[in-house]
Write a protein that binds this ligand. Structure first.
Ligand code: GLY
Length: 574
C-alpha cells in the first residue's frame, strides 16, 4: 500500500514536471518572432526598444526612432551604445531612395602611420587598444543629428528627451548588464571617473537596482540645447579634451570642430532576385557581404543540407576568399582606391566559385584576388527599425571593445572608444579580432579606420523585406550573411534565422570557428576529412554576433521582429 502511494506520488511529480517544463523547452528552442501591424523596433536593450516604439507611436518615422534609440542606448547599453564612438546608418525611404550616413570615428590630425610602433618597429597593441591613445575622434552625436535633420520629422528636443530621462531618473539594471559591469570592474578601477560610475564605491551593482547617470544626463542636455555644438564645442568638448590630455592622447579641439559625418551611396548588390542595400567603405561590411553572397549564388542549396559538411564547405570557402580580399583591398575609400566595382562584380564572384573544389583550400594558398580586372562591369551593437510609412533604418554603432577603452570622461559621464585598433597599425599584424589588414587601412590623419559593421536592408519587389545587422567585429559580416541565407534559401522566419547556431571563417587564422550545436560530431569528422581545421570551442568566440532583425510580409501586411537570444534585448512592435 505504502509502495503504491509512493509510485502515485512519483507519477504525479513526473507529470507536473513534464507538463510544466516541456512546453517551455519547446518554445524556448523555437521562439516565435514578435508580430505587429504598424511598426517595429529591435535592439539589444529593452528600455531602448521601448523608447523607439514610443516615438513611432507618437507619429515619428523610422529615422526619428533610430536617433532616439541611438541616444537611449548610450544610457542603457554602455557596453556598446554610445555618444563617444561611431557607427553607420543605412536608410530606405518609402519614396524608394536608399542612402547611408557614415559617422565612423576618424584618426586625429596628429596621428601618424607608425604611431603604435616602438623604436624597433614592433607593434605595441596596448597603445591602440587601451588608454587615450586608442581613441578615434567620435562621430555618433554628429551622425545622429545629421540623420535627424536630413530624414527625420521630429525636433532633436523630442527624440533626445527619453535618453535624458533614463540617465537622470535611472533605469532598472538587468542581470546581463550587472554581469558586464562586474566582469570589467578591474579595468574600470584604473580610471576613477569610470569606477565611480560602474560601481558603488567599489561595490558591484546588483540586478534590479536603479542605475542613474547624472553626468551623462547633463551632457545629453548640452546636446539638446546646442545640437552638435553641445558636444563638439563648449563645456563637453573641454572636458573631453582635458581627459584625453591627462592620459597622453592626441585628440584636440580642432579635431572635434572638424568632425563631419558623410552621407554616402550605399553598396547595392543582388541575391536571388532580392536587392541588398548595405554599408560602403569605410566599412568592409557591404562589399564583403555582397562578395560572399555573389559566390554562393552560384550554388543551389538543397533544403536538407543546412548544417552539413557540404553546406559549411561552401560557406567557408566563400568566406576565406572574401576575407583575403578584405585584408588587401579595403580601407577608407576617401584615402585609398578601393576596387569596389570589381569586388561587387558577379563575374569576379564566378571566377572565385570556379576555383572552389570539393576539398578545403588552405588559406596559405588563397591570396587576395585581382578584382581590378572586373572594374568595367567588433564590441558593437545593432538595431533595426521599420515604420508605418514604409521607411526602414538599420544602424550599427560601436565603441569597439566592450565599454570602449573603459575611460569615462570625468564630469561628462560618457565612455570613449578604442577604435584606433581597427586600423592596420602594422600591415600584416592582426588586431584584437585577429584581422589582418594592408596599406589600404594604414593610419593617416583624418582617415576613418576600416570596419566590419554591416547594417543592411534587403528589398523584395522594391519594398523592405529584411532589416538586419549585428555586432561582433570580424564575425559581423558572416553573421549577417548566415541570417540572410537562412531566410532566403531555407525559408526560415526571422526569429529562427537569427537563433540558429553559426560558424565563422576569416581566412586567417585558417580555422572554422563555430557556436555550440553548429557542428556535430559527424559533421566535424567530415569537415576534417575535407581538410578543415576546427577552432577549439572552449578557447574561441563564445557566440558569433548578436543579430537584431525585422522581416516584413508585404502581402499580409505583418511586421515580424526578432531580437537575438544571444543578447538581452527585445523586439517591440505596435
Ligand atoms: N569595431 C568593430 C568594427 O567596426 O567592425
Amino acid at each position: 500500500m505504502k509502495n503504491t502511494k509512493s509510485i502515485i506520488k512519483i507519477v504525479i511529480i513526473l507529470f507536473l514536471f513534464t507538463t510544466a517544463f516541456i512546453p517551455k523547452i519547446c518554445f524556448g528552442a523555437f521562439q516565435k518572432p514578435q508580430k505587429a501591424k504598424n511598426g517595429m523596433v529591435v535592439t539589444v536593450s529593452t528600455p531602448a526598444s521601448l523608447v523607439g516604439v514610443q516615438i513611432l507611436k507618437d507619429g515619428g518615422n523610422a529615422v526619428d526612432a533610430a536617433v532616439a534609440v541611438g541616444f537611449a542606448l548610450a544610457v542603457t547599453y554602455p557596453y556598446a551604445g554610445n555618444i563617444g564612438g561611431g557607427g553607420f546608418m543605412v536608410i530606405h525611404l518609402n519614396n524608394g531612395k536608399n542612402t547611408t550616413i557614415d559617422f565612423r570615428e576618424k584618426a586625429p590630425l596628429r596621428a601618424t602611420r607608425d604611431m603604435y610602433l616602438d623604436k624597433d618597429g614592433n607593434y605595441t597593441p596596448s597603445l591602440s587598444k587601451e588608454g587615450a591613445t586608442s581613441v578615434g575622434v567620435p562621430g555618433s552625436v554628429a551622425g545622429l543629428i545629421c540623420a535627424l535633420k536630413r530624414y527625420g520629422t521630429m525636433p532633436l528636443e523630442k527624440v533626445i528627451q527619453p535618453a535624458i530621462d533614463l540617465a537622470e531618473k535611472g533605469w532598472r539594471l538587468d542581470d546581463r548588464t550587472v554581469a558586464a559591469f562586474i566582469k570589467n570592474l578591474e579595468n574600470f578601477k584604473k580610471y576613477p571617473s569610470s569606477y565611480k560610475i560602474f560601481s558603488k564605491d567599489g561595490k558591484p551593482y546588483l540586478e534590479g537596482e536603479i542605475f542613474k547617470q547624472p553626468d551623462l544626463a547633463w551632457t545629453l542636455e548640452q546636446i539638446k540645447e546646442n545640437g552638435t555644438d553641445g558636444f563638439y564645442k563648449g563645456k563637453v568638448a573641454d572636458l573631453l579634451i582635458k581627459q584625453i590630455k591627462e592620459f597622453g592622447g592626441i585628440i584636440s579641439h580642432k579635431d572635434l570642430i572638424k568632425y563631419k559625418p558623410v552621407e554616402r551611396k550605399p553598396v547595392i548588390s543582388t541575391y536571388r532576385g532580392h536587392k541588398i542595400v548595405s554599408m560602403p567603405p569605410p566599412s568592409s561590411g557591404g562589399i564583403i557581404l555582397a562578395e560572399m553572397l555573389n559566390i554562393l549564388e552560384n550554388y543551389h542549396f538543397n533544403p536538407n543540407e543546412w548544417g552539413s559538411s557540404i553546406y559549411y564547405h561552401k560557406l567557408v570557402e566563400a568566406m576565406k576568399y572574401a576575407y583575403a580580399d578584405r585584408s588587401v583591398h579595403l580601407g577608407d575609400a576617401d584615402f585609398y582606391p578601393v576596387p569596389q566595382k570589381g569586388l561587387l562584380s558577379k563575374e569576379y564572384a564566378k571566377s572565385i566559385f570556379l576555383k572552389i573544389g570539393n576539398k578545403a583550400t588552405p588559406s596559405s594558398s588563397i591570396k587576395a584576388g585581382n578584382p581590378m580586372r572586373y572594374q568595367e562591369s567588433t564590441e558593437t551593437t545593432h538595431y533595426s527599425i521599420y515604420d508605418k510609412y514604409g521607411n526602414a533604418v538599420s544602424v550599427t554603432t560601436t565603441l569597439n571593445s566592450a565599454f570602449g577603452n573603459k575611460i569615462v570622461v570625468e564630469g561628462a559621464g560618457f565612455l570613449l572608444n578604442n577604435e584606433m585598433d581597427d586600423f592596420s597599425s602594422k600591415p600584416g599584424v592582426p588586431n584584437q579580432f585577429g584581422l589582418i589588414g594592408g596599406e589600404g587601412n594604414s593610419i593617416q590623419p583624418e582617415k576613418r579606420m576600416l570596419s566590419s559593421m554591416t547594417p543592411t536592408i534587403i528589398l523584395k519587389d522594391g519594398k523592405p523585406y529584411i532589416v538586419i545587422g549585428s555586432p561582433g567585429g570580424s564575425t559581423i559580416i558572416t553573421t549577417v550573411m548566415q541570417v540572410i541565407l537562412n531566410c532566403i534559401d531555407f525559408n526560415m522566419d526571422i526569429q529562427t534565422a537569427i537563433d540558429m547556431p553559426r560558424i565563422h571563417h576569416q581566412w586567417l587564422p585558417d580555422k572554422i570557428f563555430f557556436e555550440k550545436y553548429a557542428v556535430n560530431l559527424d559533421t566535424a569528422e567530415k569537415l576534417r576529412a575535407l581538410g578543415y581545421k576546427l577552432a577549439d570551442i572552449r578557447k574561441s568566440f563564445r557566440i558569433l554576433g548578436i543579430a537584431e532583425g525585422i522581416m516584413i510580409d508585404n502581402t499580409n501586411h505583418i511586421i515580424y521582429g526578432a531580437s537575438d537570444p544571444r543578447g538581452g534585448g527585445s523586439a517591440e512592435g505596435y
